[in-house]
Design a protein around this ligand. Structure first.
Ligand code: MOS
Length: 734
């Protein structure tokens, strides 16, 4: 069952509208509606808030500002992961970035709340904001660590000596813009008070973090907070933590004693949930004439909000990508008065690979060497910075298989040498690599007397396919038909998980499910083989085979439902767990990643420089695939996001106010169907026994890693013009 291209088990409920998302929930009865009023300056202080007209407007029940907002827990930097920390809102008159909430207007209807929000009168003392990275480079500082607790800087060998003596050198700067996660479902919350308790329907990626964070903010016992989020309309990082809409809904629900709904508008999503930091990346490559790298450096400067530090691990995976004896990586932060940086779709690799894999293409060009061959020549035998073996590295297999399938040998070698009518045609490629993470996740599997298995975890399904793959893993683990497995997710009363993020969700929750099933099989066998009433009495459990809803030993068999009915009529259950990677010896003994190779063909209009993608191919190695269909969808989605990063996606800052000026989907461009032609996804058969007992690794973010560089390199091959300032919009190519 594991690996099959099973259709989504939650598909019918979604396409028929029976799947309820957080804001759509009506069970709570008639709710109040909250609308957030955002600051219209980027830096400064509120000097006066007049909420009188808003409070007197029809239907208004409450206007909350820093004058009357309840006291909230402070962010506690000692909490190891930021998503579990308090997220106080409306705490004081200071404005840290444009759009920051300054008030919440609560009314009987959404329209009344929205109308009254217009009446809240706010005066500001405008401060001197820093809104552009340029001009503030001197203020950059080194954070203690970067995202995921990784080292800020690394140095191996003697980079300066290695680089200066290299016969062929590349030394270039690449910039990447602000990008946003932009899930289809904007961030939303319905908070419902029930006695001392609060039921919180919130669109989030990590239920345990949501509960801890809300409890810490409200300074209440986490047991009093109940998260319900069975369906989530995408996350892409922006729902790893919770945001102002959730905290404000919770505060207003407590203050009013009524259910309160707050949703961000799409425009507010641009200001309030965190952005991928803009980056300025210097890449230096020194190589011999044979293409072997002797020196490799990746130095990154990014923005951070001074109030909430975030350092993307943009150069971290470069540490494991290619062999080179002399190496440097570094991360620096420049404080700007902009929304805080946050995890967005493959934090680290997505912008980092744009720079490094563009630079590798520049090196291949300087050497007159095939870019695929250059990468193969720099394949390391052990992790070059950690000096530990790779668990299961198939980068070269991906490169070779991709080149063969794509017809790479037809690449026009001199740039700008292939024409198709008015189109200049180019081929580009890139390697892909993504770190593999594991966190503590628990899953409970319960077998009922009617022979149904119920799988429970607070794990989320953010559109990725969790319901489906856990159904497959449990059906496989207990020998049940798929229809006899029910998966229940997204509720804080279920065993807690690390949620969906970092491409770890599927492997954590599947491994925990696999282990729960193994423990449950043992319980069933102990019960049956030790029971004189069972046909399996006295037989050796080591020979047991679980299939078609029963267990067979030799010629004897018994239905699981009968074993349960006799021994535990209320149901028999077991839990399975994964542990934090820092406590797992495999994670220190091996360098564990997923890999891939991207190939792209573009056409560039010879007169207008319009860039059209013609085809893309990705070949990936991810260990064992849990569901061929959902894995392919994830990888394809990532490749498309990468194409968007190369050509379209960019949030632009207004230098006067620090607002993002293009804050809707009309102006913040992401690929649409017409932008994306033929995308082919190939996944190599695999099994990584160091990752987990299923041999599976994450796929969610691998597709975006490097795919933008393949497109960028194809643009160079088509035109001979190298754009290092992403995205590659046509005016940069003209
Ligand atoms: Mo992902 S950016 O860790 O949700």
């Amino acid at each position: 069952m594991i690996g099959q291209a099973v259709n989504r088990v939650d598909g019918p409920s979604k396409v028929t509208g029976r799947a309820t998302y957080s804001y759509e929930n009506w069970e709570a009865g008639q709710p109040l509606y909250g609308v957030i009023v955002g600051a219209t300056i980027g830096k400064g202080r509120i000097t006066r808030i007049d909420a009188g007209s808003a409070e007197r407007a029809p239907g208004v029940r409450m206007v909350m500002s820093h004058h009357n907002a309840p006291e909230q827990g402070p962010r506690d930097e000692s909490v190891p992961m930021e998503y579990w920390r308090a997220q106080p809102a409306l705490t004081g008159p200071d404005v840290h970035h444009y759009g920051e909430p300054v008030a919440l207007v609560v009314a009987e209807t959404f329209e009344q709340a929205r109308a009254a929000a217009e009446l809240v009168d706010v005066d500001y003392a405008v401060g001197q904001g820093r809104f552009l990275l340029a001009g503030h480079e001197g203020e950059a500082y080194a954070p203690k660590t970067v995202n995921a607790g990784l080292a800020t800087d690394t140095a191996v060998g003697d980079f300066d000596a290695g680089f200066s003596s290299a016969p062929v050198k590349i030394d270039q700067y690449y910039t990447t813009p602000y990008e946003l996660s932009m899930p289809m479902e904007p961030h939303a919350c319905l908070a419902e008070p029930r006695g001392e308790d609060l039921i919180v329907h919130v669109s989030c990626q990590i239920v345990d973090a949501a509960r801890a964070s809300i409890a810490a903010t409200l300074q209440t016992d986490p047991e009093r907070i109940h998260i319900v989020t069975p369906f989530v309309g995408g996350g892409f990082g922006s729902k790893l933590g919770i945001h102002a809409e959730t905290i404000l809904a919770a505060l207003a629900a407590r203050a009013s004693g009524r259910p309160v709904k707050v949703a961000l508008t799409r425009q507010q999503v641009f200001q309030l949930v965190g952005v991928r930091p803009t980056s300025n990346q210097r890449v230096r490559l020194g190589a011999g004439r044979d293409g072997r790298l002797s020196a490799l450096a990746h130095d990154v400067t990014m923005h951070t909000n001074p109030d909430m530090e975030y350092a993307e691990q943009t150069a971290a995976t470069t540490r494991s990508l290619y062999a080179a004896p002399h190496r440097l990586t570094s991360h620096r932060l420049t404080p700007l008065d902009l929304p805080r940086g946050s995890d967005v779709r493959a934090p680290g690799e997505a912008p980092g690979m744009l720079a490094v894999e563009s630079a590798m293409d520049e090196l291949a060009e300087a050497l007159g060497m095939d870019p695929v061959e250059l990468r193969i020549r720099n394949e390391p035998t052990v992790d070059p910075e950690r000096d530990v073996p790779y668990s299961d590295r198939h980068l070269v297999d991906c490169l070779r298989e991709g080149a063969r399938r794509f017809g790479w040998e037809r690449r026009p070698v001199p740039p700008a040498s292939m024409r198709d009518g008015r189109w200049l045609v180019g081929y580009g490629m890139s390697a892909a690599i993504r770190g593999h993470f594991q966190g503590p996740t628990a899953v409970r599997v319960r077998l009922t007397a009617d022979g149904t298995a119920v799988v429970q975890s607070d794990m989320t399904d953010i559109g990725t396919g969790t319901y489906t793959i856990l159904t497959q893993v449990a059906a496989d683990g207990l020998g049940l038909p798929r229809e006899r497995v029910r998966v229940e997710l997204g509720r804080s009363e279920h065993p807690s998980s690390w949620g969906s993020g970092g491409s770890w969700g599927a492997t954590n929750s599947s491994t925990a499910t696999y282990r729960a099933c193994a423990a449950l099989r043992e319980k069933l066998l102990a019960a049956a083989c030790g029971d004189t009433r069972s046909p399996l009495y006295g037989l050796d459990p080591a020979n047991a085979v679980f299939a078609v809803g029963g267990v067979r030993i030799g010629g004897m068999s018994e239905a699981l439902s009968e074993i349960v009915a006799r021994h535990a009529p209320e149901g028999m259950e077991a839990e399975g767990r994964t542990r934090f990677m820092g406590d797992d010896p495999h994670y220190s003994a091996y360098s564990i990643h997923t890999y891939g190779a991207h190939f792209a063909e573009v056409g560039v209009d010879a007169d207008t420089a319009e860039i059209r993608l013609r085809r893309m191919l990705g070949v990936f190695s991810v260990g064992r695939v849990l569901n061929a269909k959902t894995a392919r969808s994830q990888l394809m989605g990532g490749m498309i996001w990468g194409a968007g990063a190369a050509l379209e996606e960019e949030a632009v800052v207004d230098p006067r106010t620090g607002a993002f000026v293009n804050r809707d989907f009309a102006q913040y461009l992401v690929p649409v169907h017409a932008d994306i032609p033929d995308v082919e996804v190939v996944v190599l058969d695999g099994y990584d026994d160091k990752a987990n007992p299923l041999g599976a690794k994450g796929v969610g973010e691998l597709g975006i890693c490097g795919s933008g560089a393949a497109v960028a390199n194809a643009v160079f091959n088509a035109t001979g013009i190298r754009v290092r300032d992403f995205p590659i919009t046509l005016e940069k190519v003209l």
